[in-house]
Design a protein. Structure first.
Lengths: 464, 989
């Protein structure tokens, strides 16, 4: 097994920490009262969430007509936001499961937050297919359950139904994976807590963790298995989401490239979101020693590679449209680039392919403000990617008589902002009640100063 | 023990006693039945009435003077669905949008339900008493003027005549909001009889129309469409069809259907007609009109070609014009006479009675009113002040008239000035007759009791003459005395009458009109009028609204104009060049000022094909009371009212009309146009006007979409398949076995685009049949109209030779339907007979099906569309579910009609015959462009139509296998171009 703590590689944790330093650094902010910064962020998030709740309530009470959709463009902000949030979730699973399997130890600093992000992002995503229905109170009809309506069943040919399964599976596995990973840390908090309600709650939550070798062994086995289970989901979920479009007949949607293209895009957007969050979190929660420039650098490299993949997909789409010789398809791509929504298309290209190229430069990757800006830009770009795919393909399809425009209403915008409110509210609460960094994993992976311990230790050895 | 005692001093026992009593009483009263509303069956079941079964009664459409034959579908005592009477000799089964929309007008809760006296509700006895008294007090010199729109009813005419006869100063003035007075006056001069010829388009091989919108709103469009259509179906064996040339200033529906269209300002008609008259007159060796023809705005070659075509088709050609210039109409008459068309394509022996107005009489009336010479004014069938210019002076003059009576169905603009409003019955509530063309007399029969205390005008007039006679008796008496004799029937009157009521019409030849020989000396070449730089204004009537009388009908207000595709508004149409020169974009407010100083401020509509110097504004808007539609659509956060506060639906353009040369001129010269600050969005149902994709995003080789295929007659004659685009042959091999074999019926439709004129009657037919909601202007603007069938209209060519195609587009019921696979809850499924079935109950509203529909024909219920007006809800078809919000809907191919026919066939024990099922759109199509039937039956009409070499399917190359097919457009032109759309310019709104 390669040793990650050779001097050639930068240390995963800086600041000359001891094991107890790690525990203290990560757990202490949770025991303290929230800072003013946290309260500020939390109130903004809750306000945004409430706005979203009002918007959705109004929409469900009044009708989908309060959105800017029309006879030609039947999906816009709703499904754009859905795909956007599902995509955000993907980096979490990638970092926690795929990088775990590849033994990328630097992941330990970010995986907990990334997993939480996955969970919250999938929650946000799940809302949109629900509320985009004309009659959301009948959403349970999407479930194949035995019913009294005779032979009435769901349509297994419909990609929307596949979505239901894909997203619910994904949410379930992500939640379990995240929770299992939390167990040793929950035990740590339990152990640090004074007797009282806090201790009792964490005792329950950590499922009686006793820190024995057998417990550790079982834990690691389960974690590995779950990682193995979650890995295919990284690919399957967005593959299935992409089939909402790929199996349709609408030019611009009907493309076999969509599954890999969507997976790459999802990971791309997810990495950008992880970066955004981590850069804030390390500052706000004083975790600079755990989320080091090295982590940021690696995330940037991963993001750059995904950005290039996405760029390749954009190019391939155009090439196939040209090479395929289908006039309708060719039109859609020309219309994307030069039609009424060209501004959205070029925003997408610049944000996703152009600006990330700056990450080739080490100095850019080392500059946190720049990386932060680029990550935000990528997030914007990836949102526009979904908007471009959905709206520009629909608004001018086969028969010119039905060509239409699209502009969002304030209700749609409020709902979109509300989804960010939900996401950040959840994330901020998470920061308060669970360790943002996987303490146990960091201890195991990082090269820490241990009193009375040899300078070199095996990477496989875990903290007690 | 009293109550307070009980409360204050009750012992335990007393308390329990009282409580027990109270509770048992409460329990008993709980058992009492809720008040019941009884629904009793008929004690005497009316003959033939079966609950839930539609009964058809023959009648006559009262929507306009065209008098089309009607079959009123009545269910459980309420008229619901208007259909054309296929036996009717004029309309031949067609019915226009206005006719289809009659029931909604019937169930209008704002229609007057009682007479008004000085604006206050009154009883008929009060009103009758007061009117009789005032009439009796009239002196011999007092003028009693009865103003009506064209009266085609012989009985009503006779009743009016007899009413007026009792007053020495009585006279009848006919006022048509869109008048054809000049045609009648021209015939008075050239033929010695003031008449409107009966145009017979079925005889016409060459039609040259100067502005006459005969397929749109001119005189009798349904009849003309049905006749025109007979000459528009070339077959491989007989590749002939009529040649239709339209010369016009504005872009009309008729121009959109012409084989060759020239842009010609109304003031230039005379010049072109003069040259044609000279040419034809010389060829015929006739006396030429006096004077010199002015300079022609048309190229010599075009003139020569026109003359050549007309001359070659002499006796089977037709020249018409909507001009209100008698001089122009005399030239038209000269041409038709020189071509020998009288007696062939124009019938003046049995002339039309659909326009009778004499504008000179109207002008005289206006002068008399202003001079205070009118003692009593009675107005029926028209809104006097709304439809005439100089409203304020007229209104002031009318206020001075001692007795003013209106027969209008509501307090309209004139009604507000009237002392009495004696509301006439709705056409569906009254007995009446009509003789739209001499010799064809049809009957109107009531299909329900009058909803309010309204009274037939026949009865009112009789009552005021002291006779208590019902409308029915008046009508029957007139038929017995006059019509039966004219019909020369040998059967007893009762038999004749019963047959007439059953059939809806009788043929009763009238005495031939007395005409003289052609008066050549009356025709002269008009003096040359050099075309200035000023605009000309063309006032026109829209297909659905004509004059102001239908403005309260929301179906018609929301019907997209077949040319502009605009709803809920009128506007100033101007050509792209004129707009560009003044920096005007669509929706900008512009001010149009006529030479007499009347101005209108309306949004601009950029209209291709419009003459660069011609502006066009539709009449029939700005009707008082239409502000009722302000909140007709869904009300929500960003909703904008259909009618802005303080405004009406559109603006009344009638004040621009000028009386000149003995006619109310609808075409005006010396008009100025100014751009105003501000905008008003026009709600259109189609934004992109062309099949040609925008040039900047057009892929090489795929610049033009082939949704509508076209060819020319010359190419068709050589190869009936001409115009077929080069497509990838999907071949016979299918990847999967057919999982939906249609073993029984396989319903399909064939639409002949060469017959479809785009008149949009099918839209309202469908709306009426299928309970399609009205959504209001804002929702249309947001591209959310709900019509299940739409008419796609595409332009090609350049402004000077614009070619337009119309394509009815509804659910194509694909055998490989993309919508079906994507619905997660199986709410849209494939029927065993090939129908694509939408299950409203099951739909959760993901809209995935609509996104995946290549034809974009699915309509989503974005809101709960108001159905709060109980009276209006009577118009709903009980066979069709009213959809709730959040579900998808679309054309069902009138599945309820299929089931009705199937049940009927089963009941009779006969196989379902071809033609037994007619979809709503098919039934009323005036040009019979739609055929529905069983594609599995090789003998069916639809199967035959699908063998037509002109057949094609839209987007067929994608293997959607649509059940609707189209027949290619054939234009009667000499060039052999299969795909004319690729040659034309690009019109991008």
């Amino acid at each position: 097994m390669p040793d990650s703590t050779t001097t050639l590689r930068p240390p995963l944790v800086t600041g000359d920490k001891t094991l107890s330093d790690v525990t203290r650094d990560i757990c202490e902010p949770m025991a303290r009262r929230p800072t003013a910064l946290w309260w500020g962020a939390f109130s903004i998030s809750v306000a945004a969430l409430l706005m979203g709740v009002v918007a959705v309530t109004y929409q469900i009470a009044t009708g989908i007509g309060v959105w800017g959709l029309n006879k030609t463009v039947g999906w816009a902000f709703d499904i754009t936001n859905f795909v956007f949030w599902v995509g955000i979730g993907h980096a979490g699973t990638l970092i926690s499961a795929v990088l775990f399997l590849f033994r990328q130890k630097w992941r330990t600093a970010v995986n907990r937050a990334a997993e939480a992000m996955t969970l919250f992002a999938v929650m946000c995503a799940g809302i949109f297919p629900l509320i985009h229905m004309g009659r959301p109170w009948l959403a349970f009809w999407m479930m194949p359950y035995p019913n009294t309506r005779g032979p009435l069943w769901v349509n297994f040919k419909s990609p929307l139904l596949w979505d239901v399964f894909a997203i619910s599976t994904y949410l379930l596995i992500s939640a379990v994976f995240w929770y299992v990973g939390l167990l040793p840390d929950l035990a740590t908090i339990r152990d640090r807590s004074a007797p009282g309600w806090r201790r009792r709650i964490f005792s329950l939550l950590c499922l009686g963790w006793d820190g024995s070798a057998r417990t550790w062994h079982r834990y690691e086995t389960v974690y590995l298995l779950l990682a193995g289970l979650a890995t295919p989901l990284v690919f399957s979920v967005h593959t299935i989401v992409s089939m909402d479009f790929a199996t349709a007949v609408i030019p611009g949607w009907h493309a076999t490239i969509f599954p890999p293209y969507f997976v790459a895009g999802a990971i791309f957007s997810g990495l950008a979101m992880v970066l955004t969050l981590m850069i804030i979190a390390r500052k706000v929660m004083s975790l600079e020693d755990y989320i080091t420039p090295m982590h940021i650098d690696r995330m940037c490299k991963l993001m750059l590679s995904m950005g290039c993949l996405v760029g390749l997909a954009y190019g391939t789409e155009f090439f196939i449209a040209f090479y395929g010789g289908n006039g309708f398809e060719q039109f859609v791509f020309l219309n994307r680039a030069f039609g009424p929504f060209a501004w959205a298309y070029w925003t997408m290209v610049v944000c996703n392919v152009g600006i990330p190229q700056l990450l080739w430069f080490r100095r850019v990757r080392a500059s946190l403000p720049l990386v932060f800006v680029i990550a935000i830009v990528v997030n914007i770009g990836m949102w526009f990617e979904r908007f471009v795919i959905i709206v520009t393909s629909l608004h001018r399809d086969f028969l010119p008589s039905s060509w239409a425009g699209y502009a969002p209403t304030i209700v749609e915008i409020a709902t979109f902002i509300g989804s960010f409110g939900l996401f950040f509210t959840c994330f901020l609460i998470f920061c308060r009640i669970a360790p943002v960094i996987a303490i146990a994993e960091v201890k195991g992976a990082a090269h820490l100063k241990k009193p009375h311990a040899p300078q070199r230790e095996s990477g496989a050895e875990k903290a007690a | 023990m009293n109550y307070s005692e009980l409360l204050n001093h009750a012992s335990r026992r007393q308390f329990l006693e009282a409580a027990g009593f109270t509770m048992s009483l409460a329990a008993l009263s709980g058992c009492w039945r809720a008040p019941t509303v009884t629904a009793l069956p008929f004690v005497h079941q009316p003959e033939g009435v079966v609950p839930g079964r539609m009964m058809s009664y023959a009648s006559t459409c009262g929507g306009c003077p065209a008098g089309c034959g009607l079959l009123v579908g009545v269910r459980d005592g309420r008229p619901l669905k208007m259909e054309g009477n296929p036996e009717h000799p004029l309309s031949r089964g067609g019915l226009c949008a206005i006719g289809q929309a009659l029931p909604l007008g019937l169930y209008d809760s704002q229609r007057l339900a009682y007479p008004l006296r000085d604006g206050q509700q009154a009883t008929w006895d009060e009103v009758d008493g007061a009117i009789t008294k005032q009439l009796a007090a009239l002196g011999d010199d007092d003028a009693v003027v009865f103003v009506t729109s064209t009266v085609t009813s012989p009985t009503l005419q006779a009743t009016i005549d007899s009413f007026l006869k009792s007053f020495p100063g009585g006279r009848h003035v006919t006022l048509d909001a869109v008048s054809s007075s000049a045609i009648l006056d021209a015939h008075a001069e050239t033929h010695g009889a003031r008449l409107l010829p009966h145009y017979r388009f079925e005889q016409a091989k060459v039609i040259v129309s100067f502005g006459a919108d005969f397929l749109g709103a001119w005189i009798s469009p349904v009849e003309f469409m049905a006749a025109w259509r007979t000459q528009r179906t070339p077959t491989p064996d007989k590749p002939v069809m009529s040649h239709h040339v339209q010369l016009e200033g504005r872009m009309s529906l008729t121009g959109a259907n012409a084989d060759r269209r020239f842009r010609l300002a109304p003031s230039e008609y005379a010049a072109v007609l003069s040259h044609l008259a000279q040419d034809i007159g010389k060829r015929a060796g006739l006396e030429l009109p006096t004077g010199q023809p002015p300079k022609s705005p048309l190229a010599q070659s075009d003139l020569r070609d026109l003359g050549e075509r007309l001359w070659n088709a002499r006796g089977a050609s037709l020249v018409i014009s909507d001009s209100q210039s008698i001089a122009v109409q005399k030239l038209v008459n000269y041409l038709n006479h020189a071509l020998g068309n009288y007696g062939q394509t124009l019938d003046i022996e049995q002339p039309s009675r659909q326009r009778q107005a004499s504008d000179a009489d109207v002008a005289q009336l206006m002068a008399d009113l202003k001079a205070g010479k009118v003692a009593a004014l009675l107005v029926a069938g028209t809104d006097l002040t709304q439809n005439l210019p100089q409203r304020e002076e007229l209104a002031a003059a009318i206020k001075k008239v001692p007795l003013v009576i209106s027969f209008a169905e509501r307090a309209d603009d004139f009604g507000a000035l009237a002392h009495y409003i004696c509301p006439d019955n709705h056409p569906l509530e009254s007995w009446l007759d009509a003789e739209p063309v001499s010799g064809v007399v049809s009957l109107s029969q009531p299909t329900l009791q009058p909803l309010g205390q309204t009274r037939s005008i026949l009865e009112s007039l009789q009552r005021w003459q002291g006779r208590r006679v019902s409308a029915y008796d008046t009508l029957q008496a007139h038929w017995k005395d006059v019509i039966a004799k004219r019909a020369k029937t040998s059967s007893p009157f009762q038999v004749f009458w019963d047959q007439a009521v059953h059939n809806g019409f009788v043929e009763a030849t009238a005495a031939a009109a007395k005409t003289t020989d052609f008066q050549f000396d009356k025709v002269s070449f008009p003096e040359s009028q050099p075309a200035g730089e000023e605009f000309e204004l063309a006032l026109y009537s829209k297909i659905a609204l004509t004059d102001s009388r239908h403005a309260h009908n929301p179906w018609l207000q929301e019907l997209p104009d077949p040319v502009t595709k605009a709803t809920w508004d009128n506007y100033v149409c101007l050509s792209p060049a004129a707009a560009e020169a003044r920096g005007i974009v669509e929706g900008d407010l512009v001010k149009v000022t006529t030479a007499s100083g009347v101005s209108l401020e309306l949004p601009a509509m950029i209209q291709v094909g419009q003459h660069d110097r011609v502006l066009a504004v539709a009449l029939g808007y700005g009707v008082p009371g239409t502000d009722r539609f302000a909140k007709i659509g869904p009300q929500w956060l960003e909703a904008r009212p259909t009618v802005a506060p303080g405004e009406l639906v559109g603006q009344n353009a009638a004040p621009c009309i000028e009386y000149r040369d003995k006619a109310l001129q609808l075409a005006l010269t010396n008009v100025t146009l100014e751009k105003q600050p501000g905008r008003r969005d026009i709600a259109k149902t189609q934004r992109y006007p062309s099949l040609k994709v925008p040039a900047n995003v057009a892929p090489p080789g795929a610049e033009v979409r082939e949704a509508v295929q076209e060819t020319t007659l010359a190419a068709f004659a050589k190869d009936p398949h001409a115009g077929t685009p080069e497509v990838h042959d999907i071949g016979a091999g299918q990847l999967w076995p057919d999982d939906h074999p249609k073993l029984g019926h396989h319903w399909g439709m064939a639409i002949d685009l060469n017959c479809c004129t785009g008149c949009s009657a099918c839209l309202i037919a469908c709306q009426s049949e299928n309970n399609v909601p009205v959504v209001g202007k804002d929702e249309v603007r947001r591209e959310r109209e709900m019509h299940w069938i739409r008419i796609d209209r595409y332009y090609a060519g350049d402004d000077d030779d614009l070619q337009t195609v119309h394509q009815p587009m509804m659910c194509q019921h694909c055998d490989h339907a993309p919508c079906e696979t994507v619905c997660p809850v199986l709410a849209t499924v494939h029927g065993a007979e090939g129908l694509n079935e939408q299950v409203y109950n099951r739909c959760v509203g993901t809209r995935y099906c609509a996104n995946n529909c290549p034809y974009k024909v699915r309509r989503f219920n974005w809101f709960y569309y108001e159905r709060d007006d109980d009276l209006r809800n009577l118009v709903l078809n009980p066979d069709v579910t009213v959809r709730t919000r959040g579900v998808m809907e679309k054309c069902s191919m009138c599945v309820q009609r299929i089931e009705h026919a199937r049940i009927e066939a089963k009941r009779l024990g006969v196989p379902l015959a071809d033609g037994a099922i007619q979809t709503a759109c098919q039934q009323s199509c005036p040009s019979q462009a739609i055929i529905f039937g069983d594609m599995n039956d090789p003998e069916s009409r639809v199967s035959q139509a699908k063998l037509n070499p002109r057949r094609y399917g839209v987007l067929e190359e994608f293997n959607f296998q649509p059940s609707v097919s189209y027949q290619r457009v054939v234009r009667n032109r000499d060039e052999e171009i299969g795909e004319q759309h690729s040659t034309g310019g690009d019109h991008h709104a």
